[in-house]
Design a protein around this ligand. Structure first.
Ligand code: IVH
Length: 745
């Protein structure tokens, strides 16, 4: 039967069969049909954009299915559309690995960039042809560059099993439950024999963005800056029912694994994805030459067309159409050569420059920031913008109260481009370049290149804060929970004077001092401690980047590690900090690395000859931070309790969760359910029946109370005591507080 007829049949059925009087047999007979019908309407609405029934008819069918399922819950099937609204409350997001790394794309901004890319592709291809005669035509497919959240979708035997955020490309967060709530992500593929890994982007439509923000405004909640942030915030919700209400959509554009044999063109992949019930944006252009690509990208009409669409696009992605060429082209450090992103030119606006602040960064450089009359730029109201450096102000002759052009490209902070000279009124004033560091008052110095002024005091609190913020940042050690305000307190209270000191925060005295700080309670402290512990196993490239050596950023750190590995050091099991220091101060080794210039070599020499830096490295090694060339991320924590399993029951002086965290820190496994193989049961007040069970088991040792635990494992005292003390103090404070008066006396 045709879908429209079948839908009509069931709409009639539900109006003559109220759920209350529905028999189980009747329902089970029509259940699968209802699921199929709703599934097909979903596809028509979300994937094909051609709904054939009204929203209210869809809602009617859906509501009927839902109430009937509530009456007969035992027959609920996992592919029912109601199962998307799982209302799952998750504790946190688990990390998940991308078996195939999700690389990012190289950006291009103009025709020259694209021509250079086309030439490099052709050069590589011709070289390959010399070795192995092949003949392929190189043509391109242009598709929109979605400005959303990049994800991986995994299907096994035709069934949706997992969704992972991009993260750093290698490891992301498992957002399976959240993505399940998106109606544009099919539960099943059309072809149920397929297992696929796909790449796509989750976006929020402009309409949904406005609706969400209006709602937030009414509830006095902070507004999202743009649809991309709104999509990100909506996706990373522990309560999936929030995600479900945010009208997110998922577009797919790449098959990472599982593409059926015989497919030769990227265009066929897109058609295949659509066929398998995915949402694929209908705009795409096949271009035979790079000239056609350039005309398309740089034609203002293309951008205008995109601006009218319901989704934010920040550029065009150009992909080599012939799939077999893709393997030949390979990839650079971060980017596949087979594709290139063309970024739309940044938006510019004019506003007035009200005043200038000077901020001291981690290297001591003073960066001028303009305070502006607020102005809308894209989706965001801008009130501050970078003025780059002291020389820029002089060179462009930027003055206070000038009208200035502001620009922003991509995610980067907006910056001042130039003053509008003919808008001057004569009331402008010169911007004075500071003579002293605004933080520590040390007289500033001009850099050798005469571009920046900087504070030469290495112990300037602003520099220390900047260095720590850099160490914990996503591209470096990726340590969650240590935001700017916490760094501020840690440095101001002198708990931390370099990055190595972060690893001493668990010392009892520091722990107590920290837990007394505003914004940090027991839970927050534990989170920070866990994150720091985890960070010790970070890859060497992250550690090198985190040190913040001038000229050594994320990319250079990666190049260095690769060069070390290529020199055969990946075989050296005991590679450590001494090897690293020796190599990074070895001129010959450094000069052999492509991409390293003399400035970087000098910078390394200066850094390693500084005694404070050397001491800090020693302290990092002592703290257990990884300096080996192996990636330790996936290794389990080795500790004194490795291999031992614990179960906890009853109440203690400190929460059970904290005890569990202390035990896992030392390598133990903590389980919720007691089994034959559980080694220990720690028993507090009012234990559950687990105690009785443990008494009957031969293998499980019962430990009564934390004191006994400490007697057995004295090394736990350092962790348990401060927690007990903190709990005691909290209890005391609670008792001292006057009884809260009810609102009405
Ligand atoms: S292809 C190996 N196609 O843009 C090629 N990426 O760095 C993988 N993006 O994070 C990417 N729209 O998530 C591709 N149509 C599109 C895209 C797209 C948006 C994202 C991607 C990546 C970023 C570029």
């Amino acid at each position: 039967m045709e879908l429209s007829q079948e839908t009509e049949k069931y709409l009639n059925f539900i109006s003559s069969h109220p759920v209350a009087s529905l028999q189980e047999k009747q329902f089970s007979d029509i259940y699968q049909d209802l699921i199929n019908i709703l599934g097909q309407h979903n596809k028509l609405y979300y994937i094909d954009s051609t709904p054939i029934i009204s929203d209210s008819q869809y809602d009617e069918l859906f509501a009927y299915l839902k109430s009937a399922e509530e009456m007969f819950p035992h027959i609920i099937r996992s592919d029912s559309p109601t199962q998307r609204l799982t209302y799952q409350l998750q504790e946190n997001f688990q990390q998940a690995e991308h078996i195939i790394p999700l690389l990012s794309l190289e950006n291009s901004y103009n025709g020259d960039d694209l021509t250079a890319w086309d030439e490099s592709i052709k050069r590589l291809y011709n070289k390959q042809k010399e070795q192995e005669p092949t003949s392929h035509e190189i043509t391109y497919v242009c598709e929109p560059k979605y400005d959303g959240i990049s994800i991986e979708l995994i299907y096994k035997n035709g069934e949706y099993v997992q969704a992972i955020t991009r993260g750093d490309g290698y490891i992301g967060e498992d957002i399976t439950e959240n993505v399940k709530t998106l109606l544009s992500v099919p539960f099943y593929l059309k072809d149920r024999s397929l297992s696929l890994r796909l790449r796509g982007e989750i976006v929020m439509t402009k309409k949904a963005f406005e609706r969400v923000n209006k709602e937030r405004e009414q509830n006095n909640e902070a507004l999202f800056a743009n649809p991309r942030n709104a999509a990100s915030g909506s996706l990373r919700q522990l309560d999936t029912s929030v995600t479900a209400k945010r009208w997110l959509e998922c577009y797919v554009y790449q098959v990472l694994e599982g593409r059926p044999d015989g497919m030769e063109k990227h265009e066929e992949t897109l058609d295949f994805l659509k066929e398998q019930w995915f949402l694929v944006f209908p705009w795409r252009k096949h271009c035979s030459t790079i000239q056609t690509v350039i005309s398309l990208c740089t034609d203002p009409h293309t951008k205008e067309t995109f601006d009218k669409k319901e989704i934010d696009f920040d550029g065009i992605v150009i992909k080599v159409n012939n799939l077999s060429l893709r393997e030949i082209l390979g990839e650079t450090n971060h980017h596949p050569r087979r594709a290139m992103a063309y970024k739309f030119p940044a938006k510019q606006v004019v506003t007035r420059l009200a005043s200038v602040d000077w901020q001291v960064g981690r290297t001591g450089i003073l960066t001028p920031t303009a305070n502006l009359e607020p102005v809308l730029l894209g989706w965001v109201t801008i009130s501050r913008a970078s003025l780059h450096n002291a020389e820029f102000i002089k060179e462009k002759d930027i003055q206070l109260h000038d009208s200035v052009w502001i620009q922003r490209s991509g995610e980067v902070i907006p910056y001042v481009v130039a003053p509008v000279i003919n808008a001057r009124t004569g009331k402008e004033q010169e911007i004075s370049i500071p003579e002293k560091c605004p933080v520590c008052q040390t007289p500033v110095v001009w850099s050798k290149t005469d571009i920046h002024i900087y504070c030469p005091n290495a112990t300037c609190p602003a520099q220390i804060k900047g260095k720590i913020a850099y160490w914990v940042s996503r591209d470096a050690m990726n340590i969650d929970g240590i935001g700017d305000s916490i760094i501020e307190q840690l440095v101001d209270q002198k708990l931390v004077k370099n990055v190595a000191d972060l690893y001493t925060l668990e010392e009892p005295q520091k722990r107590i001092q920290m837990m007394a700080m505003p914004l940090i309670g027991q839970r927050k402290f534990q989170l920070i401690a866990d994150e720091l512990r985890k960070s010790k196993n970070s890859a060497l490239r992250r550690v090198i980047n985190g040190l913040g050596i001038q000229h050594i950023g994320k990319k250079m750190a990666q190049i260095i590690v690769e060069a070390i590995a290529n020199k055969g050091y990946s075989e050296k099991k005991d590679f450590g900090v001494e090897d690293l220091e020796r190599l990074l101060t070895n001129d010959e080794f450094l000069r052999s690395i492509k991409g390293i210039g003399s400035e970087t070599i000098i910078s390394l020499e200066v850094w390693f000859s500084n005694e404070d830096n050397k001491q800090m490295l020693d302290a990092l090694v002592k703290a257990g931070v990884n300096f080996s060339i192996f990636d330790l991320r996936r290794k389990n924590i080795e500790g004194k309790l490795s291999g031992k399993s614990f179960c906890i029951t009853g109440t203690f002086e400190i929460p059970r969760k904290v005890i569990a965290e202390i035990l896992t820190k030392h390598g133990a496994i903590v389980v919720d359910n007691l089994t034959q193989s559980t080694d220990f049961l720690i028993v507090g007040n009012d234990p559950s029946s687990k105690l009785d069970k443990a008494k009957e088991q031969q293998n499980t040792i019962i430990i009564e109370g934390l004191d006994k635990l400490e007697t057995r494992y004295p090394f736990l005292t350092d962790d348990i005591q401060p927690m007990k003390l903190f709990a005691e103090q909290k209890e005391k404070k609670k008792k001292e507080m006057p009884k809260q008066q009810g609102l009405f006396g």
